[in-house]
Design a protein around this ligand. Structure first.
Ligand code: NAD
Length: 323
Protein backbone atom coordinates (compact mmCIF):
# COMPACT_ATOMS: atom_id res chain seq x y z
CA UNK A 1 0.00 0.00 0.00
CA UNK A 2 1.44 3.41 -1.01
CA UNK A 3 1.89 5.94 1.76
CA UNK A 4 1.00 9.57 1.12
CA UNK A 5 1.31 12.61 3.35
CA UNK A 6 -0.88 15.64 2.63
CA UNK A 7 0.22 18.98 4.12
CA UNK A 8 -2.78 21.33 4.28
CA UNK A 9 -5.17 18.37 4.60
CA UNK A 10 -7.55 20.45 6.71
CA UNK A 11 -7.96 22.97 3.91
CA UNK A 12 -10.20 23.09 0.86
CA UNK A 13 -8.14 21.32 -1.83
CA UNK A 14 -6.22 19.16 0.66
CA UNK A 15 -9.38 17.66 2.18
CA UNK A 16 -10.74 16.76 -1.27
CA UNK A 17 -7.36 15.30 -2.26
CA UNK A 18 -7.32 13.09 0.85
CA UNK A 19 -10.70 11.62 -0.20
CA UNK A 20 -9.36 10.91 -3.69
CA UNK A 21 -6.16 9.25 -2.41
CA UNK A 22 -8.15 7.09 0.00
CA UNK A 23 -10.52 6.04 -2.79
CA UNK A 24 -7.45 4.99 -4.79
CA UNK A 25 -6.26 2.78 -1.95
CA UNK A 26 -3.49 4.91 -0.41
CA UNK A 27 -2.63 5.03 3.27
CA UNK A 28 -2.94 8.76 3.99
CA UNK A 29 -1.57 10.96 6.76
CA UNK A 30 -3.00 14.49 6.83
CA UNK A 31 -1.27 17.36 8.61
CA UNK A 32 -2.68 20.83 9.22
CA UNK A 33 -3.23 23.50 11.86
CA UNK A 34 -6.89 22.48 11.83
CA UNK A 35 -9.26 19.64 10.95
CA UNK A 36 -11.40 20.01 7.83
CA UNK A 37 -14.24 22.32 8.74
CA UNK A 38 -17.19 20.82 6.90
CA UNK A 39 -16.88 17.03 7.04
CA UNK A 40 -14.74 14.61 9.06
CA UNK A 41 -11.41 13.70 7.50
CA UNK A 42 -11.13 10.26 5.91
CA UNK A 43 -7.34 10.19 6.41
CA UNK A 44 -5.92 7.14 8.21
CA UNK A 45 -4.03 9.48 10.49
CA UNK A 46 -4.46 13.21 11.04
CA UNK A 47 -2.00 15.34 12.96
CA UNK A 48 -2.63 18.87 14.15
CA UNK A 49 0.77 20.50 13.78
CA UNK A 50 2.43 23.74 12.72
CA UNK A 51 4.49 23.02 9.62
CA UNK A 52 6.58 26.15 10.12
CA UNK A 53 8.34 24.01 12.73
CA UNK A 54 11.04 21.86 11.11
CA UNK A 55 10.53 19.01 13.59
CA UNK A 56 6.88 18.66 12.64
CA UNK A 57 7.73 18.42 8.95
CA UNK A 58 10.44 15.83 9.66
CA UNK A 59 8.21 13.75 11.92
CA UNK A 60 5.58 13.53 9.18
CA UNK A 61 8.08 12.48 6.50
CA UNK A 62 10.53 10.19 8.27
CA UNK A 63 8.56 6.96 8.05
CA UNK A 64 9.10 5.64 4.47
CA UNK A 65 6.68 7.99 2.78
CA UNK A 66 6.15 7.49 -0.95
CA UNK A 67 4.48 10.79 -1.82
CA UNK A 68 4.14 14.23 -0.26
CA UNK A 69 1.42 16.61 -1.41
CA UNK A 70 2.46 20.05 -0.15
CA UNK A 71 -0.63 22.26 -0.15
CA UNK A 72 -0.19 24.10 3.14
CA UNK A 73 0.07 27.86 2.67
CA UNK A 74 -0.99 31.06 4.34
CA UNK A 75 -3.53 32.21 1.78
CA UNK A 76 -7.00 33.55 1.09
CA UNK A 77 -8.97 35.47 -1.54
CA UNK A 78 -8.46 39.04 -2.77
CA UNK A 79 -9.54 40.46 0.60
CA UNK A 80 -6.62 38.60 2.22
CA UNK A 81 -3.90 38.74 -0.42
CA UNK A 82 -4.32 42.07 -2.22
CA UNK A 83 -4.83 44.45 0.71
CA UNK A 84 -1.15 44.19 1.70
CA UNK A 85 -2.05 43.76 5.38
CA UNK A 86 -1.00 40.11 5.55
CA UNK A 87 2.11 40.21 3.32
CA UNK A 88 4.74 39.52 5.97
CA UNK A 89 2.87 36.49 7.29
CA UNK A 90 1.99 35.20 3.83
CA UNK A 91 5.64 35.22 2.72
CA UNK A 92 7.26 34.07 5.94
CA UNK A 93 4.82 31.30 6.83
CA UNK A 94 4.56 29.70 3.41
CA UNK A 95 8.29 29.99 2.63
CA UNK A 96 9.18 28.30 5.93
CA UNK A 97 6.87 25.35 5.20
CA UNK A 98 8.42 24.90 1.74
CA UNK A 99 12.02 25.26 2.95
CA UNK A 100 11.50 22.55 5.57
CA UNK A 101 9.57 20.34 3.13
CA UNK A 102 12.22 20.16 0.38
CA UNK A 103 15.00 19.39 2.85
CA UNK A 104 13.03 16.72 4.70
CA UNK A 105 11.97 15.08 1.41
CA UNK A 106 15.64 14.71 0.45
CA UNK A 107 16.78 13.65 3.94
CA UNK A 108 14.05 11.02 4.30
CA UNK A 109 14.02 9.94 0.64
CA UNK A 110 10.40 10.74 -0.15
CA UNK A 111 9.90 9.33 -3.64
CA UNK A 112 7.84 12.22 -5.11
CA UNK A 113 6.58 15.58 -3.96
CA UNK A 114 3.72 17.65 -5.37
CA UNK A 115 3.87 21.42 -4.88
CA UNK A 116 0.85 23.68 -5.38
CA UNK A 117 1.91 26.96 -6.95
CA UNK A 118 -0.54 29.55 -8.23
CA UNK A 119 -1.47 31.62 -11.29
CA UNK A 120 -0.65 34.57 -9.01
CA UNK A 121 3.02 34.06 -9.89
CA UNK A 122 2.48 35.28 -13.49
CA UNK A 123 3.59 38.83 -14.38
CA UNK A 124 1.06 41.59 -13.99
CA UNK A 125 2.03 43.18 -17.36
CA UNK A 126 0.55 40.21 -19.25
CA UNK A 127 -2.75 40.51 -17.36
CA UNK A 128 -3.68 44.15 -18.00
CA UNK A 129 -6.11 43.52 -20.86
CA UNK A 130 -9.23 41.78 -19.53
CA UNK A 131 -9.91 40.19 -22.91
CA UNK A 132 -6.42 39.01 -23.76
CA UNK A 133 -4.43 37.71 -20.77
CA UNK A 134 -1.27 35.73 -21.53
CA UNK A 135 -0.59 32.89 -19.11
CA UNK A 136 1.29 30.20 -20.96
CA UNK A 137 3.81 28.52 -18.68
CA UNK A 138 6.77 30.07 -20.53
CA UNK A 139 5.56 33.65 -19.93
CA UNK A 140 6.56 33.65 -16.26
CA UNK A 141 9.68 35.79 -16.85
CA UNK A 142 10.69 38.57 -16.52
CA UNK A 143 8.86 38.09 -13.24
CA UNK A 144 6.43 40.69 -11.93
CA UNK A 145 3.69 39.10 -9.83
CA UNK A 146 1.16 41.61 -8.49
CA UNK A 147 1.22 40.23 -4.92
CA UNK A 148 3.72 39.02 -2.34
CA UNK A 149 1.74 35.77 -2.32
CA UNK A 150 2.70 35.38 -6.01
CA UNK A 151 6.36 36.16 -5.30
CA UNK A 152 6.49 33.49 -2.61
CA UNK A 153 4.97 30.95 -5.01
CA UNK A 154 7.59 31.84 -7.62
CA UNK A 155 10.41 31.56 -5.08
CA UNK A 156 9.14 28.19 -3.90
CA UNK A 157 8.73 26.82 -7.43
CA UNK A 158 12.39 27.66 -7.96
CA UNK A 159 13.29 26.14 -4.60
CA UNK A 160 11.71 22.78 -5.54
CA UNK A 161 13.37 22.87 -8.96
CA UNK A 162 16.82 23.57 -7.49
CA UNK A 163 16.40 20.60 -5.14
CA UNK A 164 15.43 18.56 -8.20
CA UNK A 165 18.49 19.68 -10.18
CA UNK A 166 21.10 19.47 -7.43
CA UNK A 167 19.79 16.92 -4.95
CA UNK A 168 17.63 14.53 -6.98
CA UNK A 169 14.25 15.52 -5.53
CA UNK A 170 11.44 14.24 -7.78
CA UNK A 171 9.06 17.18 -7.78
CA UNK A 172 5.84 17.97 -9.63
CA UNK A 173 4.57 21.53 -9.75
CA UNK A 174 1.12 22.83 -10.66
CA UNK A 175 0.00 26.44 -10.99
CA UNK A 176 -3.63 26.37 -9.82
CA UNK A 177 -6.06 28.91 -11.29
CA UNK A 178 -9.03 29.76 -9.02
CA UNK A 179 -10.21 26.40 -7.76
CA UNK A 180 -13.77 26.35 -6.40
CA UNK A 181 -16.35 23.94 -5.06
CA UNK A 182 -18.12 22.78 -1.90
CA UNK A 183 -16.35 22.66 1.47
CA UNK A 184 -14.09 25.68 0.96
CA UNK A 185 -13.86 28.98 2.87
CA UNK A 186 -17.11 30.92 2.40
CA UNK A 187 -17.48 33.46 5.21
CA UNK A 188 -14.25 33.83 7.22
CA UNK A 189 -12.42 36.53 5.23
CA UNK A 190 -10.37 33.93 3.32
CA UNK A 191 -13.09 33.08 0.79
CA UNK A 192 -12.48 33.67 -2.91
CA UNK A 193 -14.78 35.20 -5.52
CA UNK A 194 -16.95 32.12 -6.34
CA UNK A 195 -17.84 31.37 -2.70
CA UNK A 196 -18.05 35.07 -1.77
CA UNK A 197 -20.47 35.90 -4.60
CA UNK A 198 -22.57 32.76 -3.98
CA UNK A 199 -22.81 33.76 -0.31
CA UNK A 200 -23.82 37.33 -1.13
CA UNK A 201 -26.53 36.09 -3.50
CA UNK A 202 -27.76 33.46 -1.00
CA UNK A 203 -27.99 36.14 1.71
CA UNK A 204 -29.66 38.77 -0.50
CA UNK A 205 -33.39 39.42 -0.25
CA UNK A 206 -35.53 39.78 -3.39
CA UNK A 207 -34.88 43.12 -5.10
CA UNK A 208 -31.65 43.81 -3.17
CA UNK A 209 -28.22 44.52 -4.70
CA UNK A 210 -25.00 42.65 -3.99
CA UNK A 211 -21.65 44.43 -3.91
CA UNK A 212 -19.03 43.35 -6.46
CA UNK A 213 -15.47 44.61 -6.02
CA UNK A 214 -14.13 46.68 -8.94
CA UNK A 215 -15.93 47.57 -12.18
CA UNK A 216 -16.73 43.91 -12.83
CA UNK A 217 -15.04 44.04 -16.25
CA UNK A 218 -12.06 42.11 -14.86
CA UNK A 219 -12.00 38.53 -16.15
CA UNK A 220 -11.16 35.19 -14.58
CA UNK A 221 -11.58 31.47 -15.17
CA UNK A 222 -12.58 29.00 -12.47
CA UNK A 223 -11.84 25.28 -12.13
CA UNK A 224 -14.09 22.86 -10.27
CA UNK A 225 -12.39 20.97 -7.43
CA UNK A 226 -12.91 17.46 -8.88
CA UNK A 227 -11.12 18.46 -12.08
CA UNK A 228 -8.30 19.94 -10.01
CA UNK A 229 -7.80 16.77 -7.97
CA UNK A 230 -7.86 14.61 -11.13
CA UNK A 231 -5.16 16.80 -12.69
CA UNK A 232 -2.97 16.58 -9.58
CA UNK A 233 -3.16 12.79 -9.62
CA UNK A 234 -2.40 12.64 -13.35
CA UNK A 235 0.65 14.87 -12.88
CA UNK A 236 1.90 12.74 -9.97
CA UNK A 237 1.63 9.58 -12.07
CA UNK A 238 3.39 11.14 -15.07
CA UNK A 239 7.08 11.46 -15.86
CA UNK A 240 6.65 15.25 -16.11
CA UNK A 241 7.64 17.83 -13.50
CA UNK A 242 5.94 20.96 -14.81
CA UNK A 243 5.23 23.64 -13.81
CA UNK A 244 1.83 23.18 -15.47
CA UNK A 245 -1.26 25.36 -15.42
CA UNK A 246 -4.16 23.56 -13.81
CA UNK A 247 -7.15 25.71 -14.59
CA UNK A 248 -10.08 26.29 -16.89
CA UNK A 249 -10.03 28.14 -20.21
CA UNK A 250 -13.67 29.27 -19.79
CA UNK A 251 -13.03 32.99 -19.22
CA UNK A 252 -15.79 35.21 -17.84
CA UNK A 253 -16.03 38.80 -16.56
CA UNK A 254 -16.79 39.10 -12.86
CA UNK A 255 -20.09 40.89 -13.54
CA UNK A 256 -21.17 38.11 -15.93
CA UNK A 257 -20.05 35.59 -13.34
CA UNK A 258 -22.24 37.30 -10.72
CA UNK A 259 -25.15 37.30 -13.21
CA UNK A 260 -24.66 33.55 -13.76
CA UNK A 261 -24.86 32.95 -10.00
CA UNK A 262 -27.93 35.17 -9.69
CA UNK A 263 -29.66 33.25 -12.51
CA UNK A 264 -28.83 29.94 -10.79
CA UNK A 265 -30.39 31.28 -7.58
CA UNK A 266 -33.61 32.23 -9.42
CA UNK A 267 -33.73 35.44 -7.37
CA UNK A 268 -34.26 39.03 -8.42
CA UNK A 269 -30.89 40.41 -7.28
CA UNK A 270 -28.93 43.31 -8.78
CA UNK A 271 -25.22 44.10 -8.96
CA UNK A 272 -23.59 47.16 -7.44
CA UNK A 273 -19.93 47.68 -8.38
CA UNK A 274 -17.87 49.21 -5.58
CA UNK A 275 -14.18 49.93 -4.91
CA UNK A 276 -12.30 46.95 -3.52
CA UNK A 277 -9.20 44.79 -3.98
CA UNK A 278 -9.46 43.03 -7.33
CA UNK A 279 -6.03 41.81 -8.44
CA UNK A 280 -5.13 41.75 -12.13
CA UNK A 281 -7.51 42.89 -14.92
CA UNK A 282 -7.56 39.64 -16.86
CA UNK A 283 -6.65 36.07 -16.02
CA UNK A 284 -7.46 32.79 -17.72
CA UNK A 285 -5.63 29.50 -17.75
CA UNK A 286 -3.71 28.55 -20.89
CA UNK A 287 -3.94 24.76 -21.08
CA UNK A 288 -2.03 24.16 -24.33
CA UNK A 289 1.00 22.64 -22.60
CA UNK A 290 -0.83 20.59 -19.97
CA UNK A 291 -3.27 19.17 -22.52
CA UNK A 292 -0.37 18.21 -24.79
CA UNK A 293 1.89 16.71 -22.10
CA UNK A 294 -0.64 15.19 -19.68
CA UNK A 295 -3.61 14.81 -22.05
CA UNK A 296 -5.67 16.62 -19.41
CA UNK A 297 -8.63 18.94 -19.97
CA UNK A 298 -11.33 19.87 -17.45
CA UNK A 299 -14.62 17.90 -17.54
CA UNK A 300 -16.96 20.16 -15.59
CA UNK A 301 -18.20 23.38 -17.20
CA UNK A 302 -18.61 26.55 -15.16
CA UNK A 303 -22.40 26.50 -14.96
CA UNK A 304 -22.53 22.88 -13.76
CA UNK A 305 -19.82 23.47 -11.16
CA UNK A 306 -21.28 26.72 -9.87
CA UNK A 307 -24.70 25.10 -9.47
CA UNK A 308 -23.08 22.57 -7.13
CA UNK A 309 -21.25 25.31 -5.19
CA UNK A 310 -24.37 27.49 -4.91
CA UNK A 311 -26.43 24.59 -3.53
CA UNK A 312 -23.76 23.93 -0.91
CA UNK A 313 -23.45 27.60 0.09
CA UNK A 314 -27.24 27.87 0.44
CA UNK A 315 -27.15 24.87 2.76
CA UNK A 316 -24.30 26.07 5.01
CA UNK A 317 -25.79 29.56 5.05
CA UNK A 318 -29.19 28.15 6.21
CA UNK A 319 -27.49 25.94 8.81
CA UNK A 320 -25.41 28.85 10.12
CA UNK A 321 -28.60 30.80 10.87
CA UNK A 322 -29.75 28.03 13.22
CA UNK A 323 -26.43 27.43 15.01
P1 NAD B 1 -6.74 26.49 2.22
O1 NAD B 1 -6.40 27.77 2.91
O2 NAD B 1 -8.13 25.98 2.32
O3 NAD B 1 -5.74 25.34 2.66
C1 NAD B 1 -4.43 25.60 3.10
C2 NAD B 1 -4.27 24.87 4.42
O4 NAD B 1 -2.93 25.07 4.87
C3 NAD B 1 -5.20 25.39 5.53
O5 NAD B 1 -6.03 24.36 6.01
C4 NAD B 1 -4.26 25.90 6.58
O6 NAD B 1 -4.70 25.68 7.91
C5 NAD B 1 -3.00 25.10 6.28
N1 NAD B 1 -1.83 25.76 6.85
C6 NAD B 1 -1.47 27.06 6.73
N2 NAD B 1 -0.38 27.31 7.46
C7 NAD B 1 -0.06 26.14 8.09
C8 NAD B 1 0.96 25.77 9.00
N3 NAD B 1 1.86 26.66 9.43
N4 NAD B 1 1.02 24.49 9.44
C9 NAD B 1 0.08 23.57 9.01
N5 NAD B 1 -0.90 23.88 8.14
C10 NAD B 1 -0.97 25.15 7.69
O7 NAD B 1 -6.33 26.71 0.68
P2 NAD B 1 -6.63 25.83 -0.61
O8 NAD B 1 -7.55 26.61 -1.46
O9 NAD B 1 -6.98 24.43 -0.22
O10 NAD B 1 -5.20 25.85 -1.31
C11 NAD B 1 -4.27 24.78 -1.20
C12 NAD B 1 -2.99 25.18 -1.91
O11 NAD B 1 -3.26 25.51 -3.28
C13 NAD B 1 -2.30 26.41 -1.31
O12 NAD B 1 -0.91 26.22 -1.38
C14 NAD B 1 -2.71 27.52 -2.24
O13 NAD B 1 -1.77 28.57 -2.24
C15 NAD B 1 -2.76 26.81 -3.57
N6 NAD B 1 -3.66 27.49 -4.52
C16 NAD B 1 -5.00 27.47 -4.32
C17 NAD B 1 -5.82 28.11 -5.23
C18 NAD B 1 -7.32 28.11 -5.07
O14 NAD B 1 -8.00 28.65 -5.95
N7 NAD B 1 -7.89 27.53 -4.03
C19 NAD B 1 -5.28 28.79 -6.33
C20 NAD B 1 -3.91 28.79 -6.48
C21 NAD B 1 -3.10 28.12 -5.58
Amino acid sequence: MKKAVVFGAGGFIGSHLVKCLKAEGYWVHGVDLKYPEFSPTVADKFTIADLREKENVETALKDNIDELYQLAADMGGAGYIFTGDNDAHVMHNSALINLHSVQACVDYKVEKVFYSSSACMYPEYNQLDPNNPKLAENTAYPAQPDSEYGWEKLFSERLYLTFQRNLGLNCKIARFHNIYGPEGAWNNGKEKAPAAICRKVAQAKEGESIEIWGDGVQTRSFLYIDDCVDAVRLLMQSEESGPFNIGSEEMISINDFAKLIISISGKDVKIKNIDGPTGVRGRCSDNALVSQKLLWTPNIDLKTGIEKLYQWIELVHENSKHS
